[in-house]
Design a protein around this ligand. Structure first.
Ligand code: ADP
Ligand code: MG
Length: 317
């Protein structure tokens, strides 16, 4: 079969109806979904032999143009599909170049109480707004690892935006993860939901808490970093495939003795940093305000914006 004709999963050489069904059952129903997998992962998920998976992945990559070079023009076209989600605070939106971007991971890190969860909840509500109002006109999935999702806050923030709180709550899908293993598996669950619902934002709050609790001591550090890295790769893929914003939170220790070295360094260190395109450091400022500092962005200057956390939600400071 010539490569030009490969348009759907069934067109891949060697994929008959039975194999196609196995792939689809495991959630691999597009060439993109297959082409972005590692052979081992695909094999484990589908029960298809690793060698066959390798072949399918290579063919899917060719057909879907994955892993090949794109021209600057093509990349500009891809950038043009990026959506911008308002944070509720204009100065902070500006700092981010218009808002939180889809097809990227944005990381909020800071100490306990710095406002990370408030940002997640506000961005969740804002995602439901129409595009003209700074939203993404879609639904939301939150992987909650610390049991800090609060419907009451969603209701207050919705009312403040003249949104129907019941409708908003019905469009925010919250999955509670009790350990890092469940947390990682939940990205697959969200991909399932995204087939039926237009999930335009996926948040993991907290990205690193469970890993931090489970992997203690330097001996297991490399292992932990590897797991966080794999998790981040899955999250980035979700954002790409669904044109969704991906928001993660990361707590830094307030006790200098509690962690290795620098207490203001986010957990997961460089691994999280290299996969997050936008990193925002949150800290308490004067009079209950929060200072949002954009750190290490590929195309924006490092700068700060002041916001307030109010009963209505995040607003300019
Ligand atoms: P983190 O997730 O970084 O630990 P949170 O996002 O939970 O922190 O932030 C908690 C803070 O948010 C509270 O200390 C308070 O200052 C503020 N906050 C929470 N709810 C409200 C509210 N209804 N009105 C005003 N401020 C609030
Ligand atoms: Mg929190």
């Amino acid at each position: 079969m010539s490569e030009a004709k490969v348009k759907v999963v069934e067109d891949l050489p060697g994929v008959g109806p039975a194999i196609a069904e196995k792939l689809r059952d495991a959630g691999y129903d597009t060439l993109e979904a297959i082409g972005t997998q590692a052979p081992g992962t695909l094999s484990d998920a589908t029960g298809i032999g690793k060698e066959s998976c390798s072949k399918f992945i290579a063919e899917a990559r060719k057909a879907a143009n994955i892993g090949s070079f794109l021209t600057g023009t093509e990349l500009m076209e891809k950038r043009a599909t990026v959506g911008k989600l308002t944070t509720g605070a204009e100065a902070f939106n500006e700092l981010l170049g218009g808002g939180v971007e889809t097809q990227s991971i944005t990381e909020f890190y800071g100490q306990y109480g710095s406002g990370k969860t408030q940002f997640v909840l506000q961005l969740a509500v804002n995602t439901l707004l129409p595009v003209e109002q700074g939203g993404l006109g879609g639904e939301v999935a939150i992987i909650d690892t610390e049991n800090t999702f609060r419907p009451e806050r969603i209701i207050s923030m919705s009312k403040a935006l003249d949104l129907d709180p019941d409708e908003v709550l019905s469009k925010i899908h919250v999955g509670r993860a009790y350990n890092s293993h469940q947390q990682m598996l939940m990205v697959e669950k969200v991909s399932e939901i995204a087939k039926e619902r237009p999930i335009k934002m996926l948040a993991v709050d907290s990205l690193t808490g469970a890993f931090r609790a489970e992997y203690i001591g330097r001996g297991t550090l490399a292992d932990r970093q590897g797991k966080i890295n794999a998790h981040m790769t899955e999250l980035a893929r979700f954002g790409d495939l669904n044109n969704a914003a991906v928001v993660v939170t990361n707590q830094v220790s307030s006790n200098p003795a509690a962690f290795f070295g620098d207490p203001t360094k986010p957990i997961g260190g460089n691994i999280v940093g290299h996969t997050s395109k936008f990193r925002v450091y949150l800290r308490r400022g004067k009079a209950g305000k929060r200072v949002c500092r954009l750190v290490d962005s590929p195309h924006l200057p490092e700068n700060e914006a002041l916001v307030s956390i109010t009963e209505d939600g995040i607003r300019d400071g």
